[in-house]
Design a protein around this ligand. Structure first.
Ligand SMILES: [Zn+2]
Length: 272
């Protein structure tokens, strides 16, 4: 059994504030330990259930957060980004399941700790008319390869968000958001056990899960935080400006969609 773990930091145990997600503060160093601990708990659950290959993607910011020397030696760690910058870099149809650790809810979610969708330039991302965030996008890319998402760990809003799309899959609530920068946190030994048990349960019942997929063609609609971004992105052939701050793109599959999303984000950051 070959397992893919994608890990972010905003949904990790103990993390409630942006100061914990980067920079040179001691807070960030501790958060890296929390993130690594959550991932180790997931690896342990996977090994318990019989996994013989585990890949971990560090999918936050510069993608160099997880402490390799503290990671379970049974796993590979994908560090840094490739040009496509997806949070499931390297996933393909040889994997049996996707596990999301430390994930957060989409931009604009009430009480979602550090909620956002990839970048501060995104006000909202809709796919076929439904707003989605990072848990769904990673699950869709996995679904393209026929790989089901079987577990998520994050705050209560991230869990609620993904399960509203894929049903009540095993999950661990790492903390309860009470505001964007505040929440009721839980000791790492408690969240760790919940993650290990949940992952093990999920992987012991793999035939219950279906890959997350959407109808084709795929319609992507992106609302941006500045109208200049929409103006610049609308210059890309095939992209249509459909509102003062919104661009739409239709394509044949989810993989092509994520590639255009990547191009849109790069342009938005350069709109001046
Ligand atoms: Zn994120």
């Amino acid at each position: 059994m070959k397992i893919y773990i994608s890990a972010d930091i905003e949904g990790a145990t103990g993390v409630v504030h942006g100061d914990q997600t980067g920079g040179s503060s001691t807070d960030y160093m501790r958060a890296r330990k929390f993130m690594t601990g959550d991932v180790n708990a997931a690896i342990e659950g996977a090994l318990k259930a019989g996994a013989d290959e585990v890949w971990v993607k560090d999918a936050h910011a510069n993608a160099r957060n997880i402490l390799l020397e503290e990671l379970n030696e049974a796993a590979y760690l994908i560090s840094g980004w490739d040009v496509k910058s997806t949070m499931v870099q390297g996933i393909d149809d040889s994997f049996h399941a996707l596990i999301l650790i430390g994930y957060h809810s989409m931009a604009g979610t009430e009480n979602g700790i550090l909620s956002h969708t990839f970048s501060g330039v995104v006000k909202s991302l809709s796919i076929n008319g439904v707003q989605m965030g990072e848990p769904e996008l990673s699950s869709l890319i996995a679904g393209y390869y026929g790989v089901p998402v079987v577990f998520i760990a994050g705050d209560q809003t991230a869990v609620k968000e993904l399960t509203s799309f894929v049903g009540d899959i095993p999950h661990a609530i790492t903390k309860y958001g009470m505001w964007r920068d505040s929440g009721r946190t839980i000791h790492p030994s408690v969240t760790g056990k919940a993650i290990t048990d949940g992952v093990s349960e999920a992987l012991s019942n793999l035939d219950k899960f279906k890959p997350f997929q959407v109808e084709k063609p795929v319609n992507m609609s992106l609302r941006l935080t500045s109208t200049k971004m929409a103006d610049l992105i609308s210059l890309v052939p095939g992209v249509e400006k459909t509102d003062i701050d919104r661009v739409d793109y239709q394509t044949e599959d989810v993989l092509k969609m994520t590639q255009m999303f990547r191009i849109m984000l790069a342009l938005a950051r350069n709109a001046g």
